[in-house]
Design a protein around this ligand. Structure first.
Ligand code: GLV
Length: 318
């Protein structure tokens, strides 16, 4: 019997290709590791495909879904799936899986990498050394702020938020959180309202999923509530922060610094961010350890294989 046809939108790891090849005819595998297909390319590749393996950067909207008339399932190699029109999938009976849990600890580690980098001016001082400006040791060189003893405010107490709370306690921080629904775990963090969190925290870390409700969740009026010494860390999604407002606030010195792994319209970002020394910018890599990215790819593959075998999906969205 012919194997079902699978489209893979980005280069993935050989171990996953090997596992998938046993069950699928891989009709297309993008050999590029960082260039997404354009929308017309994606539509064309999906014309005969029954299965799709995609990433956070592929926009699988209602138009793509309606053109993909043979599609039975999408596996995204990510926990967030705001790039996929889940309602359109549901309406067509297309299954969707994501990759929760396997990236929780690695992503929480990275929240701390950004937090430490903003607090202790790591990127800025490294640029200084690299550019040959360092002439000698001084007491007031790149003085930052302490992380131990500071207040950490976590917006979004899901799995990753909980893992960040544990790290905060380990660093001797007071940990506050705000969650729109019931928190999955608290790990010693204290529930406060959104305004209290913004007003009291030295570090505000955003981990809310992106949805119409969290579009521009943080904008000028929210940043105005923050301490002038506070740092904002966004490892959630571009669009959760209104970047234009954040840039204006940073320029006006309304907060101390920002650590940003995600941007509205990424990979494009507001050029103004590049001019500021107190912003740490990374290219959406919070889950990017080799082990974790391997687990994400393998879990997406296992979901696809489960579907073909008529088994329950391991981590279904719908
Ligand atoms: C990454 O951003 C993810 O959602 O997995």
């Amino acid at each position: 019997m012919a194997k079902p046809s699978l489209v893979i939108t980005r280069r993935i790891y050989p171990e996953a290709i090997e596992a998938l090849s046993a069950h699928f005819d891989i009709a297309f595998e993008n050999q590029s590791s960082d260039t997404p297909l354009t929308k017309p390319e994606l539509i064309e590749k999906l014309a005969q495909a029954q299965y799709l393996f995609c990433t956070v950067a592929d926009k699988v909207d209602a138009e793509v879904i309606s053109a993909a008339t043979q599609l039975k399932m999408i596996a995204t190699g990510a926990v967030g799936y705001n790039n996929i029109d889940a309602a359109a999938c549901k309406a067509r009976g297309i299954r969707l899986s994501n990759t929760p849990d396997v990236l929780t600890e690695t992503t929480a580690d990275f929240a701390f990498a950004l937090l430490m980098a903003t607090a202790r001016r790591v990127s800025e001082s490294e640029r200084y050394v690299r550019s040959g400006q360092w002439k000698g040791w001084a007491f007031d060189q790149f003085t930052g702020v302490d992380v131990h003893g500071a207040t950490l405010g976590i917006m979004g107490m899901g799995r990753i938020g909980g893992a960040i709370a544990k790290r905060g306690a380990g660093f001797g921080m007071q940990v506050l959180y705000h969650n729109r629904g019931q928190a999955k775990q608290e790990n010693g963090a204290r529930l406060v309202d959104r305004e209290t969190l913004l007003k009291s925290s030295d570090f505000v870390v955003l981990v809310v999923p992106y949805s119409p409700e969290t579009h521009h969740f943080i904008q000028a009026k929210d940043i105005d509530l923050m301490k002038p010494t506070a740092c904002l860390i966004n490892i959630a999604r571009g669009g959760v922060v209104k970047d234009e407002d954040l840039l204006a606030a940073l320029r006006a010195g309304k907060i101390r610094a920002a650590g940003l792994d995600v941007f509205e319209g990424e990979p494009a970002l507001l050029p103004g961010f590049l001019e500021l020394e107190n912003v740490v910018l990374t290219p959406h890599i919070a889950s990017s350890s080799r082990a974790t990215r391997g687990r994400m790819v393998s879990l997406a593959a296992e979901n696809l294989i489960a579907h073909v075998q008529g088994l329950p999906l391991k981590t279904p969205v719908i």
